[in-house]
Design a protein. Structure first.
Length: 416
């Protein structure tokens, strides 16, 4: 099994470019299933294992894929399937996002129930509630869930929790419903806005994305668009924290600053110098890492996907910090691994109390999920000695070319 080796102590200095957003491109790929006319062209598609998996799902459904430089062309004019098999869903929960487009376009969608994963049970009850309110029949059994509908009828759907995936899935299904649908208590993430823009480029009518109330007016056909994926705000935040933890001086390029407001605010509270320069952010660490308290919340709150990385940074803080994880019930899998590197962390339910230490020490550690892996890289970059990180496939699901990008700004990191 591949591992990453990181020798700590090198300040990161230079420029690092952010790739297209994983959590934007996956719903956009699902939405390409809606296009009955023409071929979708996507620009700025990140080279990630999750993208490969989603493209396999689209092929499985009868779509044709062409790679043209760093663009992807997707032809879904002739679909011949409506199910996503277990082996693909089990690799990536986001495959469940094909349900909305298939239910809307074909009147049927069948996916294997996504298993839980390292960060929690992650049910899809809100997705199914939305499909039901639009008129679909839902059958769950033998590890599969199937949604069918002769016609979808516009309706108002209140989400008990502003679920990102549920908002995206219901939005795509509602695009085909007769009349108007309203999603209340909708997720407000930038990736929701990107999906709405993509659908509107297809001839759809989605209003209010980015607020807690989204209005979708049904249409019967959608044309394939040419679209550029937004930059990855979590990748950007991760590299900003890498500059902070190594007391480096990094210009993170291809950033939409509005998407990382909460991360910039918390890094400034910690004492890190941050300069916003158009679509770049310059981060200058000075070795001081003041203790702060952080609570993860739905956007625009501090993102749960930055929680492990923030924890790694605060392990090197001058004082005691507290992190409260409100989004997922089990997103502290990186804690025992950070402890192996000398971190002082105590967890109590959804709270982690971090007592900063002067030094972390390199150790063999295991990445349990994508962002935990990123946290271990950050800790390794600041640790004394060498850290060997297993579970590299988790990391490569969400960070395109991370080893090369870090090497180019001075990190002593390699993949073995
Ligand atoms: C998306 O996952 C992201 N993934 C996650 O990023 C991110 O952590 C999460 O949103 C929150 O921001 C993609 O966009 C591909 P949710 P999603 O539905 O849609 C509960 C990463 O590291 N819930 O907003 O699955 C759920 O259990 C990944 O890039 C229900 O109870 O997240 C969780 O506690 C990790 N019922 C909370 O809501 C449902 O039907 C948030 O989940 C759906 C969700």
């Amino acid at each position: 099994m591949a591992t990453m080796l990181v020798r700590g102590g090198m300040p990161l200095i230079g420029k690092i470019a952010v790739s297209g957003a994983k959590n934007a491109v996956l719903p956009l790929l699902a939405a390409s299933l809606m296009a009955t006319d023409g071929k979708t062209r996507l620009e700025s598609v990140p080279k990630l294992n999750d993208v490969t998996t989603m493209l396999e799902v689209i092929r499985h459904l009868g779509g044709n894929i062409n790679y043209i430089d760093d663009e992807i062309e997707i032809d879904c004019q002739n679909l011949n399937g409506n199910d996503a098999p277990y082996n693909l869903i089990s690799q990536m929960r986001a495959s469940v996002l094909i349900m909305g487009p298939l239910l809307g376009r074909l009147g049927k969608a069948k996916v294997s129930l996504p298993g839980g994963c390292a960060i929690g049970t992650r049910p899809i009850d809100l997705h199914l509630k939305g499909f039901g309110l639009l008129g679909a029949d839902i059958v769950v059994g033998h590890g599969f869930v199937e949604a069918t509908a002769e016609r979808l009828i516009g309706n108002t759907i209140y989400l008990d929790y502003p679920s990102v995936g549920a908002t995206e899935n219901i939005m795509m299904a509602a695009c085909f419903a007769d009349g108007v649908s309203i999603i209340q208590n909708a997720a407000e993430e930038p990736e929701i806005v990107d999906l709405a823009c993509f659908i509107n480029c297809m001839g759809g009518r989605v209003d209010g994305a980015g607020t807690d109330t989204i209005v979708i007016t049904g249409r019967s056909a959608f044309r394939a668009p040419y679209y550029r994926v937004i930059p990855d705000r979590i990748e950007a935040g991760t590299y900003m924290m890498a500059a902070a933890i190594t007391a480096g001086d990094l210009v993170v390029e291809n950033v939409i600053p509005e998407h990382v407001v909460s991360v910039i605010a918390k890094l400034r509270e910690i004492g890190v110098a941050i300069e916003v320069l158009g679509d770049s952010v310059r981060v200058v660490g000075n070795g001081n890492i003041l203790p702060v308290d952080v609570k993860t919340l739905p956007y625009p709150g501090f993102p749960t996907d930055m929680q492990p990385q923030m924890m790694a940074l605060l392990c090197r803080g001058q004082g005691t910090s507290m992190i409260t994880e409100t989004v997922f019930e089990n997103r502290f899998m990186h804690v025992p691994e950070l402890r192996r590197m000398g971190a002082h962390i105590r967890t109590e339910g959804r709270n982690a109390i971090i007592k900063g230490v002067a030094n972390l020490s390199g150790a063999p550690v295991a990445a349990s999920d994508l962002r935990a892996g990123a946290a271990l890289i950050l800790a390794g970059l600041a640790a004394q000695g060498v850290t060997e990180i297993s579970g590299v496939t988790h990391i490569e699901r969400g960070y395109a070319d991370i080893v090369r990008k870090l090497q180019e700004v001075g990190a002593d990191i390699c993949k073995k």
